[in-house]
Design a protein around this ligand. Structure first.
Ligand SMILES: C[S@@+](CC[C@H](N)C(=O)[O-])C[C@H]1O[C@@H](n2cnc3c(N)ncnc32)[C@H](O)[C@@H]1O
Length: 356
């Protein structure tokens, strides 16, 4: 299959046969919320802002009705809000939202070229809109000269301490630079750093189709497409050849069974690390290096005592530690510090492992 043919994750168009109940600024809010609670979908008309207004009222209503303090209660609140808000629809005709004063969302054109008249839920449209803004305007990353343009539904870094650790390590790296593998390439940041430091070829993979399709489109006509090759799938995919550097910035938190955590950018299952180390061993040249970016996040938030890299070093018998660099995470704002005390202890880690 060609990379451009891989189906991506995108909101499914809602095709409703009967006309939906309409909501605008003169509709009764209480009755509307009751209808939502009875599971009845509705459509926003006239102004985009009417959708925002209704979501705001829904929040106010749920805050009065549901407790929202304990962790469990917050989860319940979010789940009720998600279900109700996703019954609020908005119409798209010819790749544009039909209500006035709507944002222009380029994804509509790209994702639904053949569907000219359909509905999406308001939260889906909000997600598409903010992603389009990130994509179109790009994001500056301190260690890269050019902005990155993250594709819809793809992980991108919002804090940069781990990237700075990697940059400092690359600066001093004296090994061969013929090739490297970037497992879970995301929006490509680590690969771009390796290319910046002179790696001739980087092979990237990801289980998220949007990451692979997005990067392919982004690199299309640039020199990068000759330096970075992509494959869609688990861990190393088709890259079998041994290489001098393998890089992985994995998810940092374990999936815990009773939570609905299914985002593979953030949460790892129990097989990920054992499988990764087994496969990495086969692909690392005898003098090669395995670099893993990690953090103490799971430990300081008491998610787990288990540190998958330490575990591998103790029990795996495959690699030995060359060095582990650590960096305290810069706290984004005073507010964050007050709300999340553990954040002041957060450190990112760069592990360099070599063959035993
Ligand atoms: C924390 S993000 C890092 C992305 C990028 N390397 C960076 O540093 O910005 C982890 C990435 O790994 C991908 N991923 C998770 N499990 C994977 C697996 N088993 N094989 C390949 N990629 C995986 C996710 O989809 C996500 O893009």
């Amino acid at each position: 299959m060609m990379i451009t043919d891989i189906p991506i994750n995108k909101p499914e168009p809602f095709l409703h046969k009967q006309p939906l109940v309409q909501f605008n600024q003169s509709t009764n809010i209480n009755r509307t919320i009751k209808a939502l609670e009875a599971g009845k979908p509705l459509i926003i008309t006239e102004l985009y802002n009417n959708g925002l207004l209704l979501l705001n009222e829904l929040h106010k209503h749920l805050k009065r009705k549901l407790p929202n303090t304990s962790f469990q209660e917050q989860r319940e609140y979010r789940s009720v809000y998600r279900n109700l808000s996703n019954l609020i629809y908005i119409e798209i005709i010819d790749h544009k939202l039909t209500v006035k004063k709507s944002p222009c969302i380029g994804w509509l054109n790209k994702f639904y070229p053949e569907t000219s008249n359909f509905l999406l839920s308001f939260p889906q449209v909000q997600g598409l809109n903010s992603s389009w803004q990130w994509y179109k305007n790009g994001i500056s990353i301190p260690v890269l000269r050019n902005k990155i343009h993250p594709y819809y539904g793809t992980y991108f870094p919002t804090r940069f301490d781990h990237l700075i650790l990697f940059d400092n390590w690359l600066k001093r790296y004296e090994g061969l630079k013929k090739s490297a593998i970037d497992v879970g390439i995301g929006s490509g940041v680590l690969s771009f750093q390796m290319v910046k430091y002179g790696f001739q070829k980087v092979f990237g993979t990801d289980t998220n189709p949007n990451a692979i399709v997005g990067l392919t489109a982004f690199m299309e006509d640039t020199k990068l497409s000759r330096k970075i090759e992509l494959d869609f799938g688990n861990l190393f995919c088709k890259w079998e050849k041994q290489t001098e550097l393998i890089v992985f910035n994995p998810p940092w938190l374990p999936i815990s069974r009773n939570l609905d955590r299914n985002d593979e950018a953030f949460y790892y299952n129990e097989n990920l690390f054992p499988e990764f180390f087994e496969e990495a061993k086969k692909r690392l040249l005898p003098q090669g290096k395995l670099v893993i970016l990690f953090s103490n996040l799971a430990q300081i938030t008491k998610e787990t005592e288990n540190h998958p890299i330490e575990k591998e070093l103790l029990e795996g018998g495959r690699f030995q530690l060359e060095k582990c660099f650590k960096k305290t995470v810069k706290i984004a704002s005073k507010k964050t510090k007050r709300d999340q005390n553990w954040r002041s202890f957060e450190e990112v880690e760069l592990w360099v492992l070599i063959n035993k």
